[in-house]
Design a protein around this ligand. Sequence first.
Ligand code: CUA
Length: 375
Amino acid sequence: MRMPLFRGMKRWGVLLSALLLSSLLLAACGENSPSILNPSGPVASKEAGLFWFILIVATIVFVAVEGLLIYSIVRFRERPNSPAPIQTHGNNTVEIIWTIVPSLFLFVVLIGTIYTMFGLTSFSSSGRPLQIRVVGHQWWWEFDYLNENFVTADELHIPVGTRVEAQLQSNNVIHSFWVPELFGKTDVVPGHNNMSVFQADKVGSYRGQCTEFCGLQHAHMNFYVIVQSQDDYNAWVTSQQQAAAATPTDPNALAGQKLFLGSGGCQGCHGIVGVNLQDYNHLKGGGDATVLVGPNLTHFGSRRQIAGGVLTWDPASCVVISGSDGQPKIQNPGSCGLYQWLHDPQAVKPGNDMHIGTLTDTQIAQLIAYLESLT
Ligand code: CUA
């Protein structure tokens, strides 16, 4: 009996169109997500090149195999009174051809991959390489500038066109360090120091993400790489190297500092150089990772990401005003990320290490006034 071929093809056509349309719609959802296909540095460019190379090889194989398959289905479909097809089982020539040809394709992919892998860290740069230590915590990133001698969190500033050599360390579980537009994934393994070498060729802000499941808040372990001109970067480094003011001038900030330093206060987990830390070396405790549980807050006011990128810190959204009782409070707590964090960190990011008692709105406003002063 003859197959209703045309009707079948029409159905497949509809299905294929629906799939293509839905993939277009889904692609639009991710317009704010960083993509490896949008490289902004030599390492990411080489990796994207390898992706396209493998895609082209795979497409040639796909089109050839599926083309032959469809041709065979149509050309050799069953017809009335057609004889049994010729049996080719045990044909050595055919067996050898379909073993060697796919192996050749895989070999081409292997050569391309090895060539890219070994050339990944060879690229031209200006100036001396920047040496940093990246420590994966549960669940935030610490960036230790080894030669400049300061430590920061959640935001990695680098100068444009400079080679960055990042030592990757963890004192807890396995994380993975990835900035899609700058470099591929490298695992951050406790007891085994890995390395990630990269460079950014365009000024801008690049989102990074932990990409190895590391516990409850793995998805909330983001960070940003802020790529600056050499002059802007130098100015930023100079500001980071300075200790915080021992005594803030604003009365609310001063009250916030007292809370920070109070018994059972924030200083049990956080450090501020010039306040409860003599210098950054005290933060490191002479060892690899910091001795403190939480991020150091020495220049917190200059950062824009908090709590591993779950919330943003924007002073304009956290205006401290004087309430009807004369006490300070936050004008619009709903739009202030830092208020939400200090109000209930476990609600924002369940399972994180920040276990604090309930703070009053006045205390939160004082702490925010203090943290804002730490630029
Ligand atoms: Cu750290 Cu996932």
